[in-house]
Design a protein. Structure first.
Length: 298
């Protein structure tokens, strides 16, 4: 009889414990039986999953891929059995991988995580904060929170919020270098930019008289790959920055930052979405997380 789930379980234990003997003890199998099962699995797949030496056991690249998929499949099997055993009631549980921009994560996501885990104590969160645009499938994220247009039509999204960008500077910087009256005046200012955007050298503007949109090339001596770093440098008086208003509004309210050139703001609103793979039936943990975000942030 074909018992692929059993083989997956054996492989996952071996890969996790890095030992045939330890996996055998946990599964109540002899080391030789474990070895035979792994060999049979590799022969069926026609690829090496593990590199075995007398002192170590390492996964091959194919083994890494198989381990990730096997864990997901085994978790789905366990969830299906729990649903049936509980009479159809789905309890959100299991590992949930979430990716978000650094600024959104710090300002919006992290503060509400305690409430989420209190409501769903059987969910285990794995959060990655990065301003790089990731491949959700390739990076194994269940949910990614991103601003801007959706580039992959195979993905689904739910809107969380709208965000506009503002140009800000600290009062100390403006007192030393003056307040720019027009975008052309930025030639005489230090502009802090992001190093991950293809248009990082230019900021968009709208002429308040004609309504014409244009991009002004800006220059500065500092670049960074995330919003919190740019915000901190701006507060420290290092220059002007164009950054998400949701990120710096508390600083504006507190007087740590001042908005600049608002008459020329192009109002290029970005929609912030929770993005996920477009499955017909979402896992309970993913649906619970997205619903929670929409309720608390949206």
């Amino acid at each position: 009889m074909d018992n692929r789930a059993g083989e997956m379980d054996v492989f996952v234990q071996v890969a996790t414990l890095k030992s045939f003997s330890a996996a055998g003890r946990k599964l109540r199998l002899s080391p030789s039986a474990v070895s035979k099962l792994i060999t049979r699995l590799e022969e069926r797949l026609s690829t090496r999953l593990l590199v075995r030496t007398t002192r170590s056991l390492q996964l091959t690249p194919e083994g890494e891929i198989y381990l990730d998929k096997a864990r997901t499949i085994l978790a789905d099997i366990q969830e299906a059995e729990r649903i049936v055993a509980s009479g159809g009631a789905t309890i959100p549980r299991g590992l949930l991988r979430v990716s978000a921009s650094v600024a959104f994560g710090v300002r919006c996501l992290v503060p509400i995580i305690p409430d989420f885990l209190k409501r769903y104590p059987e969910i285990e969160l794995d959060i990655s904060l990065t301003d790089s645009v990731i491949d959700i499938v390739g990076e194994r994220a269940d949910v990614a929170i991103r601003a801007g247009a959706l580039r992959d039509s195979s993905l689904k999204a739910r809107k969380l919020m709208d965000s506009r960008r503002v140009i800000v500077a600290s009062p100390s910087y403006l007192s030393q270098h003056g307040l720019p009256a027009t975008p052309d005046a930025l030639d005489d200012h230090n502009c802090l930019t992001f190093n991950f955007r293809p248009t990082a050298e230019g900021w968009p503007f709208r002429d308040p008289q004609s309504g014409t949109h244009f991009v002004k090339t800006v220059q500065g001596n500092l670049q960074a790959n995330n919003g919190p770093t740019v915000r901190s440098l701006c507060i420290a008086g290092m220059g002007l920055a164009r950054i998400g208003q949701f990120h710096v509004q508390p600083d504006i309210d507190a007087g740590r930052l001042v908005t600049v050139l608002e008459d020329f703001n192009p109002e290029d609103i970005e929609h912030v979405h929770a993005v996920y793979a477009g499955h017909e039936h979402l896992a309970a943990r993913i649906r619970a997380f997205i619903d929670f975000l929409v309720n608390r942030i949206g």
